[in-house]
Design a protein around this ligand. Structure first.
Ligand code: ZN
Ligand code: ZN
Length: 159
C-alpha cells in the first residue's frame, strides 16, 4: 500500500481573549484602556500530513491576531495597544490644524464652537504651541512656528 505523506500550512486558533482593536476603538470613539473587543490568536503552522490529514505541526510560520468584531488582522503587538486618551486625541487634532496653517486664535474659536470652554480651548492649543509662535506681518495673525504663509492674507510669515 502507498503511504502518502506531505506537509501543508494550516491555521489554528490558538487562544482568544479581549483586546483593544485599533479599528473598533476608533469607530466607537473608545478612549479608555478597558479591553472591549474579542480576539482570536491564530497560529500558522506547517503540518506533517498523512493521507492529506494533518497529523502534527512541526514548524510555526507565524501568528496573527484577528478581531472577532471587525475581522481585521493584526500583528501580535496589537495586544498591547492602548487607544489614545481624549486629551491625546485633542492634541493631535490641534497639532494637525496648526501645522496646516490655521491661525492660533481661529483654532481656539473652533474648539469653543465644538463645546469646549475658553480655558480648555486655550490650554489645548497652548500645550501644542508651547510658545512657538510666528506672526503675519500684514494681518498680525499668530501661527505655529513652521507655517510659512498666512492662510488669511497670503502674506509671508517670518518669526
Ligand atoms: Zn475590530
Ligand atoms: Zn496675514
Amino acid at each position: 500500500m502507498f503511504i502518502i505523506f506531505g506537509t501543508r500550512g494550516r491555521e489554528v486558533n490558538e487562544r482568544s481573549g479581549q483586546f483593544n482593536c485599533p479599528n473598533c476603538c476608533s469607530q466607537q470613539n473608545t478612549t479608555t484602556d478597558e479591553k472591549k473587543q474579542k480576539y482570536t490568536q491564530i497560529k500558522i503552522a506547517k503540518y506533517f500530513t498523512l493521507f492529506f490529514i494533518p497529523i502534527f505541526s512541526y514548524e510555526t510560520l507565524g501568528r496573527y491576531i484577528k478581531c472577532n468584531e471587525c475581522n481585521n488582522d493584526y500583528n501580535e503587538k496589537v495586544l498591547e495597544y492602548v487607544p489614545p486618551t481624549f486629551e491625546e486625541q485633542i492634541a493631535s487634532y490641534v497639532e494637525q490644524e496648526l501645522k496646516s496653517g490655521t491661525p492660533i486664535s481661529m483654532l481656539v474659536n473652533k474648539l469653543k464652537a465644538q463645546g469646549f470652554d475658553e480655558q480648555q480651548s486655550t490650554n489645548a492649543v497652548n500645550n501644542v504651541v508651547k510658545g512657538n509662535i510666528v506672526s503675519c506681518h500684514q494681518c498680525k495673525m499668530d501661527f505655529l512656528k513652521g507655517v510659512e504663509k498666512c492662510s488669511l492674507c497670503e502674506g509671508r510669515i517670518s518669526g
